[in-house]
Design a protein around this ligand. Sequence first.
Ligand code: ADP
Ligand code: MG
Length: 259
Amino acid sequence: MTTLLEAHDVSRSFGGLQALAGCSLLVERGSITGLIGPNGSGKTTLFNVITGYIKADTGRVSFEGKDITNARPNAVFALGIGRTFQMTRIFARISVVENMLVATQREESWLRGLTRSKSSKSELDNAMEWLDFVGLARLAHLPAGALSYGQRKLLELAYVLVADPDVILLDEPAGGVNLTLINEIGEKIRSLNAAGKTFLIVEHNMEFVMNLCDTVTVMHQGCNLVTGRPDEVRSNPLVLDAYLGGGDDEDVAEEMSNG
Ligand SMILES: Nc1ncnc2c1ncn2[C@@H]1O[C@H](COP(=O)(O)OP(=O)(O)O)[C@@H](O)[C@H]1O
Ligand SMILES: [Mg+2]
């Protein structure tokens, strides 16, 4: 295995609040890596630093061995790092397929298309193909606002896939999604991973993380606390302590300890 994406000793504070305090993370090429931790432990902030939405105060981010620390979001995206957001960012009033065409036309997608010298398939065909992949093709002409929350998450996934990223960062893909769609999202991730895509996934649903990921890093108070296989992480007392000490994550701690 080789390292595809690395955050090394990253710190970032907001005013007096230290959101990241020397956090390090390795993502191996071809892996499905999980990133978990109590609410407020810095997971989304780390995603934001990696993808250029927030600058690190100190520390380094590298991708394929190249330093990309504090690169702009469109530059990071053009290099092959795609992401979804904890709160979906789709346009509710235009149709599902129009949302996909917006994705295709984003400047950074276009740039990325150039570097990848994509086939001459029309943008519409390409958009429809990815909608079909996530099971939304039959809803292509509905306003995106008519989709359920889970379906919006699938649309976001399709939206990111248009640009053919090497690594995909998902922020809570299963959050607020019904069980059938959670399983569907899990299957899509597996099949994309089998086709060579690397994933870094933040998710509170422990069953989802433990079934899907080959490596899990647990964050606590802005630092990486433990990294290991799901079963190692699940039985690590430090991890249970982190969740129990976290205040509002007792359900998760209970779920983890019950295994
Ligand atoms: N843009 C911001 N401005 C101020 N504080 C922030 C900002 N983003 C995150 N934080 C704070 O940083 C901490 C870590 O947040 P976050 O990375 O969202 O945690 P997680 O995703 O693990 O729940 C929290 O205390 C949060 O309130
Ligand atoms: Mg978050």
